[in-house]
Write a protein that binds this ligand. Structure first.
Ligand SMILES: N[C@@H](CCC(=O)N[C@@H](CS)C(=O)NCC(=O)O)C(=O)O
Length: 222
């Protein structure tokens, strides 16, 4: 049994009235795909400062969200290093070829830049910040990822084998546009999204996502 079985994953509640926006979901995608049980604990913006201070006092050096606590109480933070670490431990989701392993790291770095741009636009007070981000920045990211996906045969970044970087890419596409893409302009991305959404091991994940969406909509209506 994996040491991550039964972990608690902590992330903010309700970023932008949406259960998947922000940085929490790549971990959920990986856990769900791998069939590892976990509890997803959502915390409010008001709760976080005190929790963060407590984590710092307890000696944790990466007190940002998301973070993970294993059943035995081990703390792990920061999304990409954590995805990579879990993948290594599972001996899954990391390309076997060392050049592809390097590329997976490099593409994960591109994801981090992309996510930072989204955070910047999301938090900006400028009225056109989000539309500029979506129309200009996202367009250049989509063009680049369409090419990256075109470098190999197969629906995923490294071909037929899914990697942790695929979870990052899918999450960002979902975070921005609910994973809707212009299939004529970006056919490889469209194929990729379809492959992720049709993946049998992720069907429960998508059901939970749908349920959470409707719960948030109902909360808004009340
Ligand atoms: N490099 C980290 C960044 C994490 C991060 O900045 N998380 C934000 C939420 S999306 C956060 O914790 N903000 C509150 C804080 O920094 O105290 C990662 O990718 O996990």
């Amino acid at each position: 049994m994996s040491e991550f079985e039964g972990s608690k994953i902590y992330y903010f509640k309700n970023v932008g009235n949406n259960p998947i926006k922000g940085r929490g979901d790549p971990l959920r995608l990986l856990f769900n795909d791998a069939g590892i049980s976990f509890e997803y604990i959502r915390i409010t913006f008001a709760e976080w400062p005190e929790m963060k201070q407590k984590l710092i006092q307890d000696g944790h050096r990466m007190p940002t969200l998301p973070y993970l606590l294993t059943k035995s109480g081990k703390f792990y933070g920061t999304t990409v290093p954590l995805l990579r670490y879990i993948s290594k431990k599972l001996n899954k989701y990391i390309p076997k070829d060392s050049e592809d392993e390097y590329l997976a790291d490099a593409y994960a770095d591109i994801y981090l830049d992309w996510m930072s741009k989204w955070v910047e636009a999301f938090l900006s007070k400028k009225p056109d910040a989000m539309s500029n981000y979506e129309n200009e920045y996202c367009a250049s990211q989509h063009a680049n990822w369409n090419s990256i996906l075109g470098d190999k045969q197969g629906p995923f970044i490294f071909g037929d084998e899914i990697s942790y970087t695929d979870f990052l890419l899918y999450h960002q596409l979902n975070n921005d546009f609910g994973a809707k893409v212009n299939a004529e302009k970006y056919p490889r991305i469209a194929e990729f999204v379809k492959a992720i959404q049709n993946r049998p091991s992720l069907q429960k994940h998508f059901e939970i996502e749908k349920k959470e969406f409707s719960e948030i909509q109902n909360e808004k209506v009340q």
